[in-house]
Write a protein that binds this ligand. Sequence first.
Ligand SMILES: NC(=O)c1ccc[n+]([C@@H]2O[C@H](COP(=O)([O-])OP(=O)(O)OC[C@H]3O[C@@H](n4cnc5c(N)ncnc54)[C@H](O)[C@@H]3O)[C@@H](O)[C@H]2O)c1
Length: 213
Amino acid sequence: MPNAFHAPLATAALEAGKHVILDKPFALYLAEALRVAEASRKSGRLFMLGTNQRFEEGPQKVKALAEKGYFGKIYHLKASWRRRSGIPRLGTWFGNRKLAGGGCLLDIGVHMINLALYVAGVFDAECVTGAVYTRFGNRGLGGGTWGASEPEAMPFDVDDFSKALVPGRGRELGLPSSAKRSPASPSSRRWPCTGIIDAIYESSATHHEVRLE
Ligand SMILES: NC(=O)c1ccc[n+]([C@@H]2O[C@H](COP(=O)([O-])OP(=O)(O)OC[C@H]3O[C@@H](n4cnc5c(N)ncnc54)[C@H](O)[C@@H]3O)[C@@H](O)[C@H]2O)c1
């Protein structure tokens, strides 16, 4: 379902007494997400966001190490994802602001932000500084290999590169995160994404990098 319908349909389903598991992105606007949370509270039904990448082996291992204190106190995490297969589905709702709400930030950036926050166990963002760019899709460049669902020649008016700095409460944790879709490469694999969680730990002066491929 296109992103624009996620929160309204989740709210309606909760109000109709259904338990809901909703795929990412949660919502296009904070107010919509809060309405979903409120509908879940009022109805007593379960709501879960489908942040499926948390349950993959790599993130689970990193999380387990963080919980064991292997990294000490984490004060900086960097997460990024470059989609080497290119932009999915140029010309469809996927790149259209009205239906998708955003581009790579809402497509894969949300996974990276979520994983970084999950590993750190911190969800209180103090503020967000970020930037989004549209450099390829709007020129018809960088179309990827994700299949062509219902091509409708819709204009591409979302971001194809994004970056954010998200200091945690008390400025103990900074989470620069970025997502980028690059023009398709002929050697792209079916799941050609590289996720990197990159962290600096207080307990050592060294820079750890954990690759999730
Ligand atoms: N968690 C993940 O790893 C992951 C992976 C892929 C997709 N997703 C999410 O799943 C959602 C769907 O992505 P997809 O790849 O399946 O897209 P898709 O384009 O393949 O499918 C979208 C579906 O929505 C239907 N649709 C389109 N416009 C509609 C409208 N106006 N009203 C009702 N239905 C409409 C289409 O007929 C189609 O069946 C997206 O929000 C995406 O972010 C999540």
